[in-house]
Ligand binder design. Structure first.
Ligand code: ADP
Length: 494
């Protein structure tokens, strides 16, 4: 099948979180089973820097052309490269005035205004125009999150739809319902959609323009990144205001757990580690632990459990809960190492804890891919305190690295980690806690600590986790079924 992915992120060129990882590893897995897959992303400054650091540059795929947004022409180029080590093409939509911006992929413009709707409308229009120019029409357009939401809307089943879509089914994957692309009603002309998309309720939601809502309504199939999250987003508690829309879409909504890219996350071959290791020979993990101790200012000979965490410092991720529990955990002899960036207040908490508990709490503020691998390998346990978690990848990486996850039982964390409850040591892979509170988190980590000192039991957990298979194979098959269903829904053959 011919599948085109549209996304704001793709790893390793431009990534802030799991979205970038998935948009890289899912196409690779689908290509490995014979599908013809490619990826379209904006050519952000981060991607340009990625190529510059390596002394290379993507090739120009098409002559520059103009794309119109609100009647004004914008000149774009289409550049191309492959996902590293694969033959999966990535097409970059280059328009420096909008995409070459310091401060991160989703930074506001120089006037402090969130112009995401502009940037991503231009991206979608340019990508579709390029597909039309090359005559390369996909059978399925797979869009990720709200950013390319204009694409399924342009193909919505309506009198004004773009006839190019008559042979193209659309699939939307919601990686996080908390990010919706909400703008004022006056932004509608930026999308270039007719007024009935507002009055008819396609993009309008509670009086605002809501990109994710429009994409949900328009897409032939909607997926999200774990079965539990597919259920949670249909509840008032988990739907972030879109639960009603998602309930209406229930028959065409399904949850598919993310996998991990074993070429990137494999302790046997990971170039970032002090030493490689596997389930059969864990000696290298000790070397990784020693290196992490050196980096964190921890005493390497101290046998105390080291608990790590890697993630965005956003309210969703629950780091405030972890930081509130930290003094109690340190008092109980646990060492904590956290890598994260985001909310300044949480970054400040990390610095404060580090100043208070040197040798016991280490906070790395920033985004550092190599360090995230070292933390996964060097820790004994990994804590994921999320308030909600669509899928979560760090707990899956931890399993692969023999690091035992302690997770809040929500979304994909509940689906991927089997909590130890006393009588399931043969198959448990980690620890659960339920409440989003410092007390519950501390209880979960202390439960892990109590098992940590029983070396045999702990090594059973480590091995159960390392044996678990979260490679993309099975999930890629499930996506293939969704693509087929999307074409069926649209009355198209596959
Ligand atoms: P989300 O997509 O909500 O951010 P996930 O757990 O699905 O959460 O994916 C997070 C990804 O981003 C993982 O690959 C994780 O290692 C990476 N990551 C998050 N924060 C950082 C950071 N500060 N430095 C390096 N990698 C990070």
């Amino acid at each position: 099948m011919r599948i085109a992915n549209l996304s704001a992120e793709v790893s390793p060129f431009a990534k802030t979180g799991g979205l970038g990882d998935v948009v890289s590893s899912l196409p690779k897995a689908l290509a490995a089973t014979g599908h013809d897959v490619d990826v379209w992303v904006p050519f952000f400054l981060e991607a340009a820097d990625w190529f510059r650091r390596r002394g290379t540059w993507p090739v120009q795929e098409l002559d520059p052309f103009d794309v119109s947004v609100m009647g004004a022409p914008h000149r774009v180029s289409i550049l191309g490269a492959n996902l590293p080590g694969t033959s999966v093409p990535v097409h970059f939509v280059a328009h420096d005035p909008l995409f070459h911006r310091p401060g991160g992929l989703y930074a506001k413009n120089e006037h402090g205004v969130d112009d995401g709707i502009w940037r991503f409308s231009l991206f979608v229009r340019a990508a579709l125009e390029a597909m039309k120019r090359t005559g390369d029409r996909p059978q399925v357009l797979h869009t990720h999150d709200w950013h390319p939401g204009l694409a399924p809307m342009l193909g919505a089943w309506s009198s004004w739809r773009d006839p190019w879509f008559d042979d193209v089914a659309s699939v939307l994957t919601i990686h996080n319902v908390g990010y919706q692309g909400i703008y004022g009603p006056d932004r509608l002309p930026v999308l270039g959609l007719p007024p009935e998309t507002w009055t008819g309720g396609l993009v309008e939601h509670s009086g605002a323009l809501n990109m994710l809502k429009g994409a949900i309504v328009a897409a032939d199939m909607v997926t999200t990144v774990s079965p539990t999250y597919a259920w949670e987003i249909r509840t008032a508690e988990g739907g972030a205001g879109l639960d009603g829309v998602l309930r209406l879409k229930a028959a065409r909504l399904t949850g598919i757990l993310n996998g991990i890219d074993r070429e990137v996350w494999n302790p046997e071959s990971d170039p970032h580690l002090a030493a490689g290791y596997s389930m059969d020979d864990l000696r290298g993990k000790h070397a990784c632990r020693e290196e992490l101790c050196a980096l964190s200012g921890f005493e390497p000979a101290d046998p105390a459990m080291i608990v790590g965490s890697v993630g965005r410092l956003a309210p969703q991720k629950g780091y405030d809960i972890l930081f509130e529990a930290a003094p109690e955990l340190v008092r109980r002899g646990i060492r904590l190492v956290v890598l994260g960036s985001g909310e300044p207040a949480l970054e400040g908490s990390m610095r404060l804890l580090e100043a208070h508990f040197p040798g016991y709490f280490k906070g790395f503020v920033g985004y550092d891919d190599a360090l995230s691998h070292k933390i996964q390998a060097g820790c004994d346990a990994l804590v994921v305190p999320s308030r909600y978690e669509p899928c979560g990848l760090t707990q899956l990486y931890a399993l692969a690295y023999g690091t035992v996850p302690v997770v809040r039982r929500t979304g994909g964390l509940a689906d991927s980690i089997i909590g130890l409850h006393g009588e399931n040591l043969d198959w448990a892979t980690g620890f659960h806690f339920d409440d989003a509170s410092p007390h519950a988190l501390a209880a979960g980590v202390l439960h892990a600590q109590s098992v940590f000192f029983h070396r045999d039991a702990w090594s059973r957990l480590v091995r159960n986790g390392m044996r678990a298979d979260f490679s993309w194979g099975r999930s890629a098959n499930d996506y293939e079924l969704v693509y087929r269903r999307a074409r069926e829904v649209r009355g198209l053959p596959w």
